[in-house]
Design a protein around this ligand. Structure first.
Ligand code: AMP
Ligand code: ZN
Length: 460
């Protein structure tokens, strides 16, 4: 499937919304920084996954599914992982394997397609060593006391451009404790020595392990080539991680190499602060799923805020999303799956991933009962598969019978002045997740997001 949609993306590098022109339309390439795998993903970690999943779907729709290559890494060598292994007495590989599977399961519940490549850092140590050697030969890095370090001074013209800082300003503002082996306080670690109880690999600088940043440069190079189209991640990674990736790759491969377009999602927040492990203000995707919040609902809530705006998770948003989706699914189910999305909707989504705009259009399609356009739009957003999820399927109960039962109880109560029967019926309906609307004209029962038909049993 191909369309002539013009995609526009806000490029962090130029700070402008630009028309996206792939280097090779036959192979559009995207790299996104993935998680460090030592624990369950928190809800914030899911935001880039959903954002770039939508972009992946849009690219596949526009250039053809076979003409898009999406890579997202797993950082499986890191001091947080070492600590978790030491604290729990479990093997590092057991922890990382388990966490990777959790991540894939949780993100699958949010409707995210698996990327074409999901490289693990530990599988690319040779490529990292080769890249570091290249940097040393070119005078952009040096070895010192079992370390290899990137010499920021060697690329003053490029370092800091993405995040808009100059090397001199950074040095002036640096409060990092300066390690004695660093020539310049801003120099960053490419390789560091490991003790016997830490994971390590032989290298020209002794037994050690990579610094964090080099893995993405090495894996992107290996899987996508020296130049590719899009690099994504959360905006917390812009400095230093992405700045360092650029320095490594451009200095190893040439100034004009690496990613053409940089995309950064804003943070998921809790009371105005970034949700993060270190602040302790987090809950996991699994927590929400176990509380009964469907994955599609989490996805819907994410898509209702533009990716470049901060957003809060609230239970209210989730409840609203669930009622809307329940209604939309009932309509969309009447159309066949696999329809081509409307040009109108594609154009909206192609305008810097305007997911909120597409949801607004879905509201209009729902209002107009245009079930075909509604279904294809939901599919484009990854909100609807072949089947309506069980939580949303229309309950097989005739609510008019229950409305009649309450109307009858009310008529009796008007005479006897004993309203206890009415009150208890009402309470039972509400407990089953129904909204009870009583007026002179009659009784109306409206299923809410938590409606559970099973709880109505025995009430007639
Ligand atoms: P980490 O495992 O912390 O390196 O994070 C993995 C991915 O999640 C990165 O792309 C981060 O930018 C992203 N991320 C972490 N916290 C948040 C948050 N609160 N909101 C949105 N994205 C986040
Ligand atoms: Zn990265």
């Amino acid at each position: 499937m191909m369309s002539d949609t013009v995609i526009k993306l806000h490029n962090t590098k130029t700070r402008r919304k630009e028309v996206f022109a792939p280097i090779d339309p036959d192979n559009v390439r995207m790299y996104v920084c993935g998680p460090t795998v030592y624990d369950r993903a928190h809800l914030g970690n899911a935001r880039p996954v959903v954002v770039f999943d939508v972009l992946n779907r849009l690219l596949r729709e526009t250039y053809g599914a076979d003409h898009v290559t999406y890579a997202r890494n797993f950082t499986d060598v890191d001091d947080k992982i070492n600590k978790r292994a030491a604290d729990s007495g479990r093997d590092i590989s057991v922890i990382t394997d388990e966490t990777i599977q959790w991540f894939l399961d949780d993100m699958g519940s949010l409707g995210a397609l698996e990327p074409d490549h999901m490289p693990r850092a530990t599988q690319y140590i040779d490529q990292m060593i080769a890249m570091i050697e290249k940097l040393i030969v070119k005078g952009h890095a040096y070895a010192a006391e079992g370390h290899a370090l990137f010499a920021v001074d060697s690329w003053k013209e490029g370092y800091g451009k993405l995040s808009g800082r100059s090397v001199d300003d950074m040095i002036a503002g640096a409060r990092v404790e300066v390690a004695p082996y660093k020539r310049n306080p801003m120099d960053f670690v490419l390789w560091k020595p490991s003790t016997d109880d830490q994971p390590g690999w032989d290298s020209p600088w002794g037994r050690g392990r990579p610094g964090w940043h080099i893995e993405c440069s090495a894996m992107a190079d290996e899987l996508l080539g020296k130049s590719f189209d899009i690099h994504g991640g959360g905006n917390d990674l812009m400095f230093p991680h992405h700045e360092n990736e650029i320095a490594q790759s451009c200095c190893a491969n040439g100034d004009d190499s690496f990613a053409k377009v940089w995309l950064h999602n804003e943070m998921l927040q809790v009371e105005g602060k970034k949700m993060s492990k270190s602040l302790g203000n987090f809950f996991t995707v699994r927590d929400l799923l176990e509380q009964g919040v469907p994955g599609e609902v989490i996805r819907f809530v994410f898509l209702s805020t533009h990716y470049r705006k901060p957003m809060d998770w609230t239970d209210k948003k989730a409840k609203e999303a669930q009622s809307i989706l329940r209604k939309w699914y009932a309509q969309a189910e009447q159309a066949l799956p696999g329809g081509t999305p409307d040009n109108y909707v594609l154009r909206t989504l192609a305008d810097d991933i305007n997911t909120h705009g597409v949801l607004a259009e879905c509201h209009q399609y729902s209002h107009a009962d245009d079930v075909v356009a509604l279904r294809s739009s939901l599919e484009l957003l990854g909100l609807m598969g072949d089947e309506v999820p069980s939580w949303a399927s229309v309950p097989d109960v005739d609510l008019t019978l229950y409305e009649g039962r309450l109307t009858e109880a009310r008529s009796i109560a008007m005479v006897t002045k004993d309203f206890s029967q009415v009150d208890s019926l009402k309470a039972a309906y509400i407990a089953a997740g129904l909204e009870v609307r009583m007026s002179k004209a009659g009784v109306e029962l409206v299923p809410g997001p938590d409606f559970d038909a099973a709880k109505l049993e025995g009430l007639l």
